[in-house]
Design a protein. Sequence first.
Length: 199
Amino acid sequence: MRATHLSQLGIPFKFTFFSFLSERLLDVIAVACLGSYFLATHFNDSFFILPAGLLLACFTAYPFLAWVNGLKTHLPIEELKSQWSPLTLSKNLPLSFLAWLLQGVVLYALLISLGVEINLMTAISIYCLSLLIGAASLIPSGIGVTEIGMVWLLTQIQVDGDIALIASIVTRGLTLWPAMIIGLVSAITLQRASKFGAK
């Protein structure tokens, strides 16, 4: 859908496709970095190395892609390379972290309102880990699996099961569904505008 609408603005599919891949990968990196806090503090300290490794991989992607591009492999590397330049990363990566941090804050605020004593970073990390669990299920938006994962993670720090379930469902309701509704309304609006323009 993104490519369909952007093509009407003269943006080629190839660029849209690689932008989508880069955006999703940055999201995974940001979520994995934030999720590593819970893993490191509750399972193994070595998980603290994960963010450093992922961020290092981010900023070595550009020279690697430049090297591959120089091999004349006929792969469409140029479009992908431009999206992983240090300047582009320095703008986009902080935004990815901010987006997922703010969503994790929603879970934290709900838990506090339900009388749960929890560290802010722990709540954010649990939220992000549950997203990774949902993504691993390959179910669209991880619906169902993400919520179950969030409940399980919360019960690991002795949050009551009923409270964990309520917090999980409400958090997902506040973070997932508004975005889906906005997307649906936007898609319908763009479709109608496209038909009107065609006439």
